[in-house]
Design a protein around this ligand. Structure first.
Ligand code: F6P
Length: 361
């Protein structure tokens, strides 16, 4: 059995742990060969295919390393592949053929919803036997309580909130922390609760500046001269506008909402404000223990799905155990925070504001 393995989409902590788990289970448990494909679909587009055989020895010592030893990309969709000067072209047939060039019997793809949906289209096109493993700091893949990388990102964001607390208190400032999460507010919500933020702003709950400022003023009246605001990167501006910018490659990116919120709070309350944009710090570094556990469990289970001939499935974490679901269902649409989610209720119960309080009762 020749098993392919690739990591696709934005990197996160825990990818090397999942590579290690797949290799150990496939080689030691089943006696198969594993081929790690470099740079996701780029590796399958190259000729010869850019891949390397992975062995338990070659993946020894990577469990606690951030990044991915296989490399990855979150650009260059093979169905609309950018060329330097001309229009985008469809390179999907070449990528799909790369699987057969490597004479693979099955492929395990580790990715978020975007990557898994591209891999699934390639699998259909090329007749691949595909199993998916969810990873994304955004935690926005459906049917799994956790995706690899989320818990590490939350740990980093929580540490940032802890650090901001002390400097905010020293200077009597309002500190705004902008965190990642793409279109979902999972990181902001979890880190805001874990770090004891005063205000959490997520795209799923519309806010008003009046409500945010009321929270800051209320704390002042209670003798608290500082406040901590955690804001998810995709939260809209006070007038409901999307806060994005265009990068040099013509891609629209989130960024800037933290500065805007900090500015508005300063104007309306007179508070001294500062903003921290955590950015890719949330993706690097050693994986948190829960991500290592998840990556290990997902890797073993995914290989066993291949052994059972159960393809087009994604491994998932539900009720403290690994299960598998159809990839199609997992990627049908992204998983946002439910405004009625238990953690939202917990936060409200703790007195954390979401900016929708004015006129709420
Ligand atoms: O999807 C993961 C993520 O880190 C998002 O939270 C963020 O919006 C995006 O990727 C950043 O992408 P890039 O690595 O291209 O800057």
């Amino acid at each position: 059995m020749r098993l392919g393995l690739l990591t696709s989409g934005g990197d996160c902590a825990g990818l090397n742990a999942v590579i290690r788990a797949v290799v150990r289970r496939a080689v030691l448990g089943h006696g198969w060969q594993v081929f790690g494909i470099r740079q996701a679909s780029h590796g399958l587009l190259s000729r010869p295919v850019d891949a390397t055989e992975l062995t338990p020895d070659s993946v020894a010592g990577v469990l606690n390393l951030g990044g991915t030893l296989l490399g990855t990309t979150n650009r260059d969709n093979p169905f609309a592949y950018p060329s330097r000067d001309g229009p985008r072209t469809d390179r999907s047939a070449v990528v799909a053929a790369g699987y057969h060039e490597l004479r693979l019997d099955a492929l395990i793809g580790v990715g978020g919803d975007g990557s898994l949906s591209i891999l699934r289209r390639l699998a259909e096109l090329g007749g691949w036997n595909l199993v998916g493993i969810p990873k994304t700091i955004d935690n926005d893949v459906r049917h799994t309580e956790h995706a690899i990388g989320f818990n590490s990102a939350v740990a980093i964001a929580t540490e940032a909130v802890d650090r901001l607390h002390v400097t905010a208190a020293s200077h009597s400032r309002v500190m705004v922390l902008e965190v990642m999460g793409r279109d979902a507010g999972h990181i902001a919500l979890a880190a805001g609760v874990a770090g004891g933020a005063d205000v959490i702003l997520i795209p799923e709950i519309p806010y008003t500046m009046a409500a945010i400022c009321a929270k800051v003023e209320e704390r002042r009246r209670q003798g608290r001269s500082f406040s901590i605001v955690v804001v998810a990167e995709s939260v809209r501006g006070p007038a409901g506008e999307t806060i994005t910018y265009m990068d040099a490659h013509g891609q629209s990116r989130y960024g800037g909402i933290g500065a805007l919120i900090a500015q508005e709070i300063a104007v309306h309350t007179g508070a001294e404000t500062r903003v921290t944009v955590l950015g890719h710090v949330q993706r690097g570094g050693a994986p948190a223990p829960l991500d290592r556990v998840l990556a290990s469990a997902f890797g073993v289970y995914a290989v066993d799905l291949v052994a059972a001939g159960r393809y087009d499935r994604m491994v998932a974490w539900q009720n403290r155990r690994v299960v598998d679901v159809p990839i199609a269902e997992a990627i049908a649409h992204y998983h946002a925070v439910d405004p009625d989610d238990a953690l939202v209720h917990t936060a409200r119960g703790l007195g954390i504001a979401f900016g929708d309080e004015v006129g709420r009762d």
